[in-house]
Design a protein around this ligand. Structure first.
Ligand SMILES: [Zn+2]
Ligand SMILES: [Zn+2]
Length: 236
């Protein structure tokens, strides 16, 4: 086992679980805090990207999107849901994955994809973290995968604090697909959080080039942007 993977394992063992909402011991999320999570599905959302949107049909950004057939997320990226995303990714708290993955599995059951792929990290970033949180969530959700692999070939660095336009520019050509063609398959992408959607769109472009019929994205949280100010920096 690599040192970083060993460190991740040690963190799982050493630190007792505490509720991401209220701090109660011995649970990743207590039932009261779980019931209080803000769902990122339902009315008053863009039909494509699920961002909060009071108009009908698509939000202004989605008129320019053609790569993704749709985006679904379990919860808003706030409160305990945001804390879970951060603990899994930055504190490498892998014991949270089954709980988070159960919500992904619930949504995936109602989505069109027949196969699923994780949004990849660049290998150097995955080595540093010890795991890819999207890969872990997909595995724990038990969703079927194709023999095809999606790889990140360019290290785009952290997207935190970049505007949507900066994110899109830094991601162009960052992904490649290896293995059998996805002939006609409807593919789902799994990630922990979707913000601008730029990463998922770039992945989708690569998968469509490799023969996918349609690409959807699914994440644990949805960071809704201020759609009236598309060029403002995006917080994480
Ligand atoms: Zn709680
Ligand atoms: Zn939208």
């Amino acid at each position: 086992m690599r040192p970083s993977a060993l460190a991740a394992r040690a963190i799982d063992l050493l630190f007792p679980l505490r509720c991401a909402g209220c701090g109660t011991f011995d649970t990743a999320l207590c039932s009261r805090c779980e019931a209080a999570l803000a769902p990122a599905v339902g009315p008053l959302r863009c039909a494509n990207c699920s961002a909060a949107w009071e108009g009908t049909d698509f939000c202004p950004r989605c008129y320019g999107w053609r790569e993704l057939a749709g985006v679904r997320a379990a919860f808003e990226h706030e409160g305990a849901a945001r804390a879970l995303v951060h603990r899994l990714k930055y504190q490498r708290y892998r014991a949270l994955a089954p709980l988070m993955a159960s919500h992904l599995a619930r949504l995936a059951a109602e989505m069109p994809p027949s196969v699923w792929l994780p949004v990849p990290l660049h290998p150097s970033r995955e080595r540093a973290r010890g795991f890819n949180q999207a890969e872990l969530l997909l595995r724990r959700a038990g969703l079927p995968r194709p023999p095809t692999r999606l790889r990140r070939i360019r290290n785009t660095g952290s997207q935190v604090g970049r505007t949507a336009a900066e994110r899109a520019a830094s991601l162009a050509g960052a992904f490649t697909v290896e293995g059998p063609p996805l002939d006609g398959l409807v593919v789902g992408l799994v990630d922990d959080v979707i913000t601008s959607g730029a990463t998922a769109r770039e992945c989708a472009r690569a998968l469509l080039d490799h023969g996918a019929r349609q690409v959807w994205a699914l994440s644990f949280t949805r960071a809704s942007l201020d759609l009236t100010a598309p060029h403002s920096p995006i917080a994480d």
